[in-house]
Ligand binder design. Structure first.
Ligand code: C2E
Ligand code: CA
Ligand code: CA
Length: 509
């Protein structure tokens, strides 16, 4: 049934891909939001850490600066007199490693050695106050931060051990790298002093400068940290996203499958009123006048155009929608024909095709009553056409139904007669009024002797049983003459008119 198979070029790949897209959408959006949130978290974290590290270094330097400032008035005194004070500062201040005094930029007294002689260069000190050194002769290669307090020719130096600084860098910056910068030199968490530009950080680069000391703290994360953060910080949200993706994909798949099913498509079309009646005239063979019409269903499909009934009627029967579809068709036909009833000849036969299943439904009686209502009495005869291919199961319901239909004046025709296996008993049981010779037999008239013989037999049978007879599929004059000569009363076929919409039918009437 090609009609229900979606067209292979456009819709099929889309149907396959759509559930994946529907599943991917919440996943991608969710991950984007989590990524954005992680970037924000990292930026806040980097800023907090940097601020904390800066505060820590300022606190340490306060300690060292106080020590140097306390010793400054002693610069110039003989070293022997000052040594005790120098050592006292080293002992009492937690971060002070050594202290020194200098006069006229010449270091002359040290807490470690007492008398000592070494020139000092104020230019080594950033802002004249801080020097990040890569060790001294006592501890070469071990970082030192020297604070210089000076007034006129007096100078006091206090030294902070790089060990404390590196420790703080490591402790504070657990996930990120934190660096201490003084002038052009910077200290890394491994305690090394580097005389080079600061490295740049891929993620959340942050730098804060102290407003009290000439130093700054920089921090940031290496590339890839954001995803790492997403996976380590939001595991439950990720699980939720995964579940959401699966649910969205499955729902989409289910919806598409449902929408794709022939039943859903038919139900949609029924709702949209896409099933419409076409009318094919039936003529009286002797007079050539229109004696009635057969109502044939067409599907006005929004994409496929006009669809022939043999492409969808089997599905409609199978899905149980044929009953409401036929009901809608009968209502539409009544509405179409009623305004023109006075132009029909008396006893105008309107044929409606009914499936065997429909005959198990007593509501058919109401449908027929509704159809006949509104026509002037005796003007229209309703004929239910039951195909011989599908025999009706006799049940209490069918007996009741056919008796009531008979009383209502509704007639019964056996459609496609000659193709099935109806018996004499069957024809009697359902009070059949007409036989419609199947068009396959009519088509062979004058061509095939055996089929011609079948036509003759059916005509003879109908005469014996006193049934009316209709020949369908009459396409040429040979067939017409043959059937007319044999007193087939009603003829239907392209020779007289194709099935047509109501306007064309009324115009041709
Ligand atoms: P059917 O009841 O035997 O209807 C006659 C079919 O023969 C119609 O086809 C009609 O267009 C076609 N026909 C009429 N004259 C000629 C002719 O001279 N030459 C040829 N080659 N064909 C002719 P259609 O309309 O396509 O309907 C096909 C079948 O679909 C119908 O056969 C009927 O079994 C079913 N059908 C149509 N409408 C309905 C309906 O409302 N309900 C049900 N249950 N079945 C329907
Ligand atoms: Ca028919
Ligand atoms: Ca037929």
């Amino acid at each position: 049934m090609p009609f229900f198979t979606p067209s292979p070029r456009s819709s099929r790949p889309l149907r396959l891909v759509a559930p994946w897209l529907a599943g991917a959408l919440p996943l991608v959006l969710g991950l984007a939001v989590l990524y954005w949130q992680a970037e924000r978290d990292l930026a806040i974290e980097a800023h907090d850490t940097t601020r904390q590290a800066l505060a820590q270094f300022e606190l340490m330097l306060d300690n060292v600066a106080e020590s140097a400032n306390a010793l400054l008035p002693l610069a110039g005194q003989p070293c022997a007199d000052a040594t005790l004070a120098l050592r006292e500062q080293v002992t009492r201040r937690p971060f002070v490693r050594s202290t020194n005094l200098a006069l006229d930029d010449h270091l002359y007294c040290s807490s470690l050695f007492g008398d000592f002689s070494e020139p000092i260069n104020p230019g080594d000190y950033v802002d004249g106050r801080l020097w990040l050194m890569d060790g001294n002769p006592v501890t070469p290669g071990q970082a030192l931060l020297v604070y210089r307090a000076a007034s006129d020719e007096q100078t006091a130096l206090a030294t902070l051990d790089g060990y404390h600084l590196a420790n703080a860098l490591r402790m504070i910056g657990r996930d990120q790298t934190v660096l201490l910068q003084v002038g052009n030199a910077w200290l890394s968490p491994d305690g090394q002093v580097h005389d080079a530009p600061l490295p740049t950080f891929a993620i959340a680069p942050t730098q804060l400068t102290s407003d009290r000391y000439p130093l700054s703290v920089a921090s940031g994360y290496p590339a890839g940290t954001t995803w790492h953060w997403v996976f380590s910080q939001y595991p439950m949200l990720l699980v939720l996203l995964g579940v959401l993706a699966v649910v969205a994909g499955s729902v989409c798949h289910w919806l598409l499958k449902r929408a794709q099913s022939p039943r859903a498509e038919l139900a949609r079309a029924l709702e949209a009123g896409e099933f419409i009646p076409y009318y094919q005239p039936v003529i009286r063979s002797l007079s050539g006048r229109w004696s009635g019409a057969e109502v044939l269903m067409r599907w006005e499909h929004p994409r496929e155009g006009l669809v022939r009934p043999d492409l969808f009627i089997p599905f409609a029967e199978h899905s149980g929608l044929i009953v409401p579809m036929t009901r809608q068709l009968m209502r539409q036909a009544a509405e179409d024909l009623r305004p023109h009833a006075e132009r029909f000849e008396d006893d105008f036969h309107v044929g409606i095709n009914i499936t065997a299943e429909h005959c198990q439904d007593l509501a058919l009686l109401d449908d027929c009553r509704d159809f006949l209502q509104g026509f002037p009495p005796g003007r229209v005869t309703l004929v239910l056409e039951l195909t011989e291919r599908e025999l009706i199961r006799p049940t209490p319901v069918t007996h009741q139904l056919f008796a009531a239909l008979h009383n209502l004046g509704v007639m019964i025709a056996i459609d496609d007669f000659g193709t099935g296996h109806s018996s004499l008993a069957y024809l009697r049981e359902f009070k059949v009024d007409y036989l419609k010779i199947d068009q396959s037999f009519v088509a062979t008239i004058g061509k095939d002797a055996l089929s011609g013989h079948i036509v003759d037999s059916i005509i003879e049978l109908s005469g014996k049983l006193d049934l009316g007879i209709v020949a369908e599929g009459v396409e040429d004059e040979v067939q017409r003459n043959y059937l007319t000569e044999r007193r087939v009363e009603f003829l239907q076929g392209y020779l007289f008119g194709k099935p047509m919409p109501i306007d064309a039918f009324i115009a041709a009437l």
